[in-house]
Design a protein around this ligand. Structure first.
Ligand SMILES: NC(=O)c1ccc[n+]([C@@H]2O[C@H](COP(=O)([O-])OP(=O)(O)OC[C@H]3O[C@@H](n4cnc5c(N)ncnc54)[C@H](O)[C@@H]3O)[C@@H](O)[C@H]2O)c1
Length: 442
């Protein structure tokens, strides 16, 4: 069955400016990685947009182009980067301090390129990230003034970097936990709250507001509320700008959203899931603050509830003990270790255990996600997709959804949604995996 003819997508002409909030481990690993790939000194492993293929039509047709050849994405050579950070280190110094990429193999060869990326002063307030101190910060009497300064930065970057389009990805620290309140409900209340320096307006919201006012898509890689509030969602819809978040889905949660759907698919019960991590980078230090951890905890805890649907399966999932811990442990740096102990039960209730020990590298997993989000949000903008981009849930721990919809967390449903959206954009048939036509000939 053919679907509609697809969308007119504006071509990816000219340069794409990628403005990153935060120039820490994830951002520098992403920027240095893209430059290394551009110089043909490494592969963009982990990036679906660069490495992935997409099957089109029937299995017998053998059409599986690369995604980047199927949809008109910006070419890596056309990406230009900048960032904001309250810490004044340029991208080279920040990357060396982050200690993710090998200094001699990956940073020295592109030192000049990285040194040219100096962070713009940040809209920063230590109230929201207790463990950080920043000197490279914007000054203003009100939060609104700070948002206006961010808007000026975006306009300035458009001009000086000569970019035709811009996307913003939040790769900055996790802010303290904020619940949605009255000032987040409408644009008028939000703007007034900025004028009044209301504590419910976090710095991340100022960047998101500035992005939308400058017609720039905004993706949120941390669990902060940020753009997940009605005021900014309406603004995005009104101005026809793509938004999305929250929280890059990288290590432990990625594994959780692979394993939990498998248990549910086989109707295996779950008694408990204990997840703990040791992490020694700056992110780990920030998350050592209970208020920032609370934001992360909510994001990490949510997935099981939605995947397992305890209301529908009370005998299997009605009494799950789920715990998530993050422990700051400096010796490991960015090389996180995530342990999971999973207590499941099978036929007649007999218990079994699964242990997962994931020795991962946080920023190595996050960098390709930043790349894909930058490219797909730019594509979304050129395809006139506006508001929440649920088809990009694949990349997030707590995907934003339209009001009234529960988020889809299963990684493979998310992947199908993403690929079917690409097929739909290009006027190709949806793939339902029914496949009856291979067996029942007309
Ligand atoms: N690496 C992963 O696997 C992963 C997964 C999910 C989410 N995240 C999130 O991504 C974010 C970045 O992680 P990271 O490891 O690069 O952390 P990092 O601490 O190395 O870098 C974050 C940077 O953000 C800056 N910053 C803080 N507040 C800011 C503000 N208001 N404006 C501009 N810059 C600001 C900090 O100074 C710091 O340099 C964190 O929120 C983290 O929780 C990371």
């Amino acid at each position: 069955m053919a679907v509609e003819a697809g969308r007119d997508i504006a071509p990816a002409k000219g340069k794409l400016g990628v403005m990153l909030v935060g120039l820490g481990a994830v951002s520098t690993t992403f920027i240095a990685g893209v430059e290394t790939v551009r110089r043909a000194r490494g592969l963009p492993i982990g990036s679906l947009s660069q490495m992935g293929t997409i099957r089109l039509g029937k299995r017998t047709e053998k059409r599986s182009p690369k995604i980047k050849e199927f949809v008109p994405l910006a070419d890596l050579k056309d990406l230009v980067f900048t960032a904001w950070d309250p810490i004044p280190d340029d991208a080279y110094t920040a990357a060396v301090k982050a200690g993710v990429l090998d200094r001699h193999e990956h940073l020295e060869p592109i030192k000049d390129f990285l040194q040219d990326i100096k962070p713009l002063p940040a809209a920063f307030d230590q109230y929201y990230v207790k463990r950080l101190q920043g000197t490279n910060v914007k000054r203003g009497k009100t939060k609104r003034e700070l948002a206006e300064q961010v808007r000026e930065d975006i306009r300035g970057f458009r001009k000086t970097a000569g970019v035709s389009r811009v996307v913003i990805v939040w790769c900055a620290s996790t802010e303290v936990f904020i619940t949605p309140g009255p000032v987040h409900q409408s644009l008028a209340a939000f703007e007034q709250a900025m004028e009044q320096n209301d504590p419910a307006i976090a710095p991340s919201m100022l960047y998101a507001y500035a992005a939308l006012m400058e017609n720039v898509p905004f993706a949120n890689g941390a669990p902060n509320l940020t753009v997940d509030i009605p005021a900014l969602q309406h603004l995005a819809e009104e101005r026809k700008i793509p938004i999305g978040g929250k929280d890059f889905k990288t290590g432990q949660t990625m594994m959780k959203t692979v394993l939990a759907p498998a248990f549910k698919a086989r109707m295996l019960g779950l008694a408990g899931w204990y997840s703990t991590n040791i992490l020694g980078n700056r992110d780990g230090e920030v998350l050592d603050d209970p208020e920032s951890f609370k934001t992360k905890e909510e994001s990490k805890l949510g997935v099981l509830e939605y995947i397992l649907q305890p209301d529908q399966y009370p005998e299997l999932y009605g009494n799950v003990f789920h715990k998530v811990r993050i422990n700051y442990y400096p010796p490991r740096g960015d090389n996180k270790e995530g342990w999971d102990n999973i207590d499941i039960f099978g036929w007649l209730g007999y218990p079994m255990q699964i242990k997962v020990d994931f020795l991962c590298r946080d920023s190595i997993l996050a960098a390709p996600i930043v790349l894909d989000l930058a490219l797909f949000f730019d594509l979304a903008q050129r395809a006139r997709l506006s508001g929440i981009q649920e088809w990009l849930s694949f990349y997030f721990k707590s995907p934003q959804t339209a009001p009234g919809l529960y988020p889809e967390h299963d990684l493979f449903i998310q992947q199908t949604k993403l690929k079917n959206t690409l097929r739909w954009l290009m006027g190709e048939e949806q793939i339902t995996h029914l496949g009856i036509e291979y067996y029942e000939k007309a």
